[in-house]
Ligand binder design. Structure first.
Ligand SMILES: Nc1ncnc2c1ncn2[C@@H]1O[C@H](COP(=O)(O)OP(=O)(O)O)[C@@H](O)[C@H]1O
Ligand SMILES: O=C(OP(=O)(O)O)[C@H](O)COP(=O)(O)O
Length: 393
């Protein structure tokens, strides 16, 4: 079974609304990573080259105050998009009303209108039925290509397609579903998952599901200390979610033989100003010290478990990789994955994707998802509302 795709639509001369994820990191007016804009280009260019009149919708940032609005003006994305595509791009500083409607009406075949930030509308994140219906009225067809946002049931991701007949996924969503879907439903084995990051509570669903599906689950990062504590280890002032210790115990019980935890850890006396850094065995952290990275013995152990893997899914750094003193574990794991022979290697967005990019290994991975939250929810086995709303062929 596969979803209706943009290729199944007759788009010539039609107004096609495309929900993209242009939620790009930016400092002031400068976009610091334009990957999400580039990732949407195959769909955008296909549509313009085939004579569609394209209306692009996206959110940018989280909008609570007027200051948030000013900081997340979509016009900065319009400028970058115009540099990346040969189709004409018109930015409309409105999310509804005459200016937007007239700009859409005046479109020539093969042109693009990019609307202001969808979250300038309060009804967007509430999936206000009136808003979804109104946006749907601006087009003849709808294409869902915002993979990073398909776990959100918002007016632009779910409201619009619920009000339209001609709906499809774009090439980016199609590719993400193919790669992640293969790992989840029919992985080449051995399938090894590496999970890190700060908190167990953010990763409960994914640990649970991957313990069922993967052959091995390797756990590092801040969340590994809750497991160490649950094992009766000493963890000093490391990150601890005491209310998740029982769950960690349950995971260790269920995952016997396939769940691997750090055997050593890099510790420091202070997070902000570490003056004493050393490596100790896991569960033997002295009082007043905190664990901030996996140690070299853990790297070696994880490398052993990764040897021969045919599918790898990685989400979450192994330590506080933003600080060079505690980045080694994440760097070594990233390098190991980049060098794995004949394996499908997938990064589930977020900080692990930034780490791979910063280290210059991005092109060594089979797939780096454009969605952090979305890829995690998918790997948890959850239904993604923005995908569910698009029919199967
Ligand atoms: N041992 C640790 N102690 C404190 N924070 C940690 C530790 N290991 C990793 N982190 C932090 O976890 C954060 C990333 O976690 P998370 O958001 O769950 O990952 P991702 O974005 O890849 O899903 C990073 O900011 C990193 O510094
Ligand atoms: O950046 C995003 O999510 P991600 O950081 O989980 O990849 C998406 O654009 C969704 O944004 P949101 O979490 O504000 O709804």
């Amino acid at each position: 079974m596969s979803k209706v795709t943009v290729k199944d639509l007759d788009v010539k001369g039609k107004h096609v609304i495309v929900r993209v994820d242009f939620n790009v990191p930016h400092k002031g007016d400068t976009i610091t990573d334009d990957n999400r804009i580039r990732a949407a280009l195959p769909t955008i260019n296909y549509l313009t080259e085939n004579g569609a009149k394209v209306l692009l919708l996206s959110h940018l940032g989280k909008i609570k105050t007027d200051e948030d609005k000013a900081k997340n003006d979509m016009s900065i994305v319009a400028k970058r998009l115009a540099e990346l595509t040969s189709a004409p791009v018109k930015f409309v500083n409105a999310t509804r009303g005459a200016e937007l409607e007239e700009a859409v009406k005046a479109q020539e075949n093969g042109s693009i209108v990019l609307m202001q930030n969808t979250r300038y509308e309060k009804g967007e994140t509430k999936n206000d039925p009136e808003l979804g219906k109104y946006w749907a009225s601006l087009g003849d067809a709808f294409v869902e290509d915002a993979f990073g946002s398909v776990h959100r049931a918002h007016a632009s991701t779910v409201g619009i397609p619920s009000n339209m007949k001609e709906v499809a996924v774009g090439f980016l969503v199609e590719k993400e579903l193919n790669v992640l879907g293969k790992a989840l439903n029919d992985p080449q084995r051995p399938f090894v998952a590496i999970l890190g990051g700060a908190k167990v509570s953010d990763k409960i669903g994914v640990i649970e599901n991957l313990l069922k599906i993967a052959d091995k689950v390797l756990i590092g990062g801040g969340m590994s200390y809750t497991f160490a504590a649950a094992n009766g280890g000493k963890i000093g002032t490391s990150l601890l979610e005491a209310d998740k210790e029982d769950l960690a115990k349950e995971f260790m019980e269920k995952g016997k033989g396939k769940l691997f935890l750090p055997v050593d850890t890099v510790i420091a006396n202070d997070f902000d100003n570490p003056t004493d850094i050393k490596t100790v065995k896991a569960g033997e952290i002295p009082d007043g010290y905190m664990g901030l990275d996996i140690g070299p013995a853990t790297v070696a152990e994880f490398q052993k478990e990764l040897a021969g893997a045919k599918t790898v899914f990685w989400n979450g750094p192994m330590g506080v990789f933003e600080k060079p003193e505690f980045a080694k574990g994440t760097e070594e794991i990233c390098k190991t994955l980049a060098e794995l022979d004949g394996a499908t290697t997938i990064i589930g967005g977020g900080d692990s994707a930034s780490a791979a990019k910063n280290l210059g290994y991005a092109d060594k991975f089979s797939h780096i998802s454009t969605g952090g939250g979305a890829s995690l929810e998918y790997m948890e086995g959850k239904e993604l509302p923005g995908v569910a709303i698009i029919p199967e062929k």
